[in-house]
Design a protein around this ligand. Structure first.
Ligand SMILES: *[C@@H]1O[C@H](CO)[C@@H](O)[C@H](O)[C@H]1NC(C)=O
Ligand SMILES: *[C@@H]1O[C@H](CO)[C@@H](O)[C@H](O)[C@H]1NC(C)=O
Ligand SMILES: *[C@@H]1O[C@H](CO)[C@@H](O)[C@H](O)[C@H]1NC(C)=O
Ligand SMILES: *[C@@H]1O[C@H](CO)[C@@H](O)[C@H](O)[C@H]1NC(C)=O
Ligand SMILES: *[C@@H]1O[C@H](CO)[C@@H](O)[C@H](O)[C@H]1NC(C)=O
Length: 254
């Protein structure tokens, strides 16, 4: 008798839990569709570090680097708080390189595909199809041309080389990640996110990406609520902001 009672209540508890979960899911979908988002992350990356990661994967990889040492665009990413995505929101909006003809020369420099040898346009195609098709519910980035044009505008306005220089942070030197986080905050007045990569051979850390956040009106806002805020860099070790592509010590050339 006692045992049947225990089993009975266990079943009720389990069913209740499942129903609550189901209800939560329904409520969530109603409040904000799965393709909706809370803010946009504008990610700039440091080409010297991107090149390092590309060369790390396969030793004969070569890189396209901008003529001047500048931060370049990775993408504009619609994001829900504490999550990644949404992504790939409209599969019928396929990338069309012809639409970018008027700004292609500028994109080649500022939204450069560091990874030489990948298919032409593959980087832009990826950013558009994964992120642009989600961002396009906003009037300012409602088509492919506008999405890429907006990226160029944001880079001009918030170029990280300039932002960091104002905070006395320069390529070729090393910093604690807190100095970078504080430096960007002091210049822009909003919290950013900073990403590093580690050189597996030397355990050296390189500054890789800096993400700043915008609300849906493209006003700068704090990144506090995005996933892996404020950083995935070590908080205790110095980070190199490389002035040149970190050399590949895995390759011995005769
Ligand atoms: C790089 O090396 C791979 C084999 O490891 C080879 O298949 C490929 O053709 C090489 N690429 C270039 C550009 O030399
Ligand atoms: C890019 O790769 C091609 C071969 O895949 C090579 O001919 C060219 O020199 C490379 N460009 C750079 C900048 O290394
Ligand atoms: C995807 O894009 C097509 C073409 O612009 C449009 O007709 C359709 O409504 C879009 N679908 C969604 C889910 O937004
Ligand atoms: C930080 O995140 C990036 C992706 O944005 C990843 O490539 C990198 O390996 C991560 N770094 C560390 C130190 O975990
Ligand atoms: C965004 O900024 C503009 C002017 O810079 C301002 O008029 C507008 O109210 C702001 N929007 C939001 C949602 O804060």
């Amino acid at each position: 008798m006692k045992i049947t009672l225990v089993i009975f209540f266990t079943i009720i508890l389990l069913a209740d839990g499942r129903m609550k979960r189901k209800f939560k899911k329904l409520k969530f979908q109603k409040l904000s569709g799965p393709k909706d988002f809370d803010l946009l992350i504008f990610t700039q990356h440091w080409p010297e570090t991107v090149c390092f990661t590309w060369q790390e994967t396969v030793s004969n990889h070569t890189c396209n680097l901008p003529r001047d040492e500048e931060w370049t665009i990775h993408g504009i990413w619609p994001t829900q708080y504490h999550k990644e995505g949404p992504s790939y929101c409209n599969k019928s909006m396929q990338f069309d390189s012809a639409k970018l003809a008027p700004i292609e020369d500028e994109l080649e420099v500022k939204w450069i595909d560091v990874e030489n040898g990948t298919k032409p346009f593959s980087f832009w195609k990826h950013e558009w199809e994964k992120h642009g098709t989600c961002a396009m519910i906003l009037p300012e980035v409602s088509d492919e041309y506008k999405y890429f044009k907006k990226g160029l505008e944001l880079l001009d306005q918030y170029d990280m080389k300039g932002v960091l220089a104002k905070a006395n942070i320069f390529p070729g030197k090393q910093y604690m990640v807190q100095e970078i986080l504080d430096g960007v905050y002091n210049v822009l007045g909003k919290h950013c996110q900073v990403e590093c990569v580690i050189n597996p051979k030397t355990k050296e850390r390189y500054l890789f990406e800096i993400r700043i956040c915008f609300d849906k009106s493209f006003n700068l806002t704090d990144c506090d609520n995005i996933a892996s805020y404020p950083t995935n860099c070590s908080k205790k070790k110095k980070i190199t902001y490389p002035g040149t592509v970190p050399s590949r010590i895995s390759v011995i050339q005769f």
